[in-house]
Design a protein around this ligand. Structure first.
Ligand SMILES: [Zn+2]
Length: 370
């Protein structure tokens, strides 16, 4: 029981923009979105100041909270009811036998720890540097980043989180191969870094999350920082203030800028994809890319070359269709105001604070004068 207290929050998790997924629950093998539904229920039924709290949510709200569809939420509940090793209750009727407007759930599990899933991580789009349009993270990618972020908030783990593909596979209930591929994609996109690489897949590597995401998750970080006897209190407060200012700047300035650029690109993508010819070519190109990678990986040079030629000719055709629609390939990508940091505040090249951070503040005075 003492274990459970450490991972409880006394405030509603979703109002803080996150929910928690116990490792023990992750290992039960629920598919990604169903696990998130279970985690939302868990987070609501384990509130520190409200023992015995239940999660009373419609399927619609439950789905929205976990970033899943309503049908996934329904499937998840049916599946969770059959799970062994958890304490799950579902009430559909009140004490007088009347049907409740929405069911009340509770989920408890003996757990040695939990991963915090930040909701912004599920909605943010990332350039995966794979030639495709920016996209949201897949379930396993999001879970891995969340594991690293959760552990990055631990002051003892400042240098990062050490693990092997196998240990991550064990934590997430997925295959080591799947974990390895997800990590490779995250590294290429610069979402995570690997300051120390294990020499074989059984050795542990050290991972850190890019500064931008660490900062965006900063609210959680500040709560988790324990008073440090060595550090003077004054310094700690100053740093907290700096972090808080940076967060506000992200929320007020960079987030809307970034979102606007992405919304315009998304609208152009939708316009292009509503064209039947474009959609067909786009679909074939998307199918070809993993096929080329596979052929290269298998050492099948002839197939790889054939597919690469087909890919190139499709790209030409795609550009032609786009120009018929009055679009260019660049229109499908977000046009950020600051190309150095792509309106995130952190330079793409090295993840350090971008020069444009200072612009809103210094520009602020100029705006006042106008
Ligand atoms: Zn910038």
């Amino acid at each position: 029981m003492s274990e459970r207290i450490t991972e409880q929050s006394d405030r509603e998790p979703l109002s803080l923009g996150y929910f928690r997924s116990p490792y023990a629950l992750m290992r039960l093998g629920l598919p990604g979105k169903q696990l998130k539904i279970a985690s939302v229920i868990y987070s609501y039924s384990n509130l520190k100041r409200r023992p015995g709290a239940q999660c009373a949510m419609s399927f619609y709200k439950l789905a929205g909270s976990a970033g899943a569809s309503v049908s996934t939420a329904k499937r998840a509940i049916r599946r969770i009811e059959t799970l062994q090793g958890i304490d799950f209750t579902k009430e559909s009727r009140d004490d007088d036998g009347r049907r409740l407007p929405c069911s009340r759930y509770s989920l408890h599990i003996k757990s040695g720890g939990a991963v915090t899933h930040f909701r912004f991580l599920m909605s943010l789009k990332f350039d995966m540097k794979d030639g495709n349009a920016a996209r949201t993270l897949r379930d396993l990618e999001e879970t891995i980043v969340s594991i690293f972020l959760t552990n990055a908030t631990n002051p003892k783990a400042k240098k990062g989180f050490e693990c092997s593909y196998e240990s991550l596979a064990h934590m997430t209930g997925r295959s080591a191969r799947g974990v390895e591929e997800a990590i490779r994609r995250l590294l290429r996109a610069g979402i995570i870094h690997r300051p120390k690489k294990g020499t074989s897949k059984h050795r542990k590597s050290r991972y850190t999350v890019c500064k931008k995401l660490r900062l965006m998750a900063g609210k959680e970080k500040l709560e988790d920082v324990k008073p440090n006897a060595e550090a003077p209190a004054k310094d700690r407060r100053t740093r907290a203030e700096i972090d808080a200012d940076a967060r506000t700047l992200w929320e007020r300035h960079f987030a809307p800028l970034h979102a606007r650029a992405q919304a315009i690109a998304d609208a152009n993508v939708r316009r292009a994809e509503s064209d039947r010819d474009y959609a067909a070519v786009h679909k074939e190109i998307r199918g070809l890319e993993p096929a080329i990678a596979r052929a290269k990986h298998d050492g099948d040079r002839r197939t790889a070359e054939q597919l690469t030629r087909r890919h190139a000719s499709l790209k030409v055709l795609q550009a032609r269709i786009l120009s018929r629609l009055g679009l260019t390939a660049a229109d499908l990508q977000p046009k950020y105001k600051c190309t150095v940091c792509e309106d995130t505040g952190f330079r793409k090249s090295d993840g350090r604070m971008c020069d444009c951070w200072r612009l809103p503040k210094s520009g602020h005075e100029g705006e006042k004068a106008n």
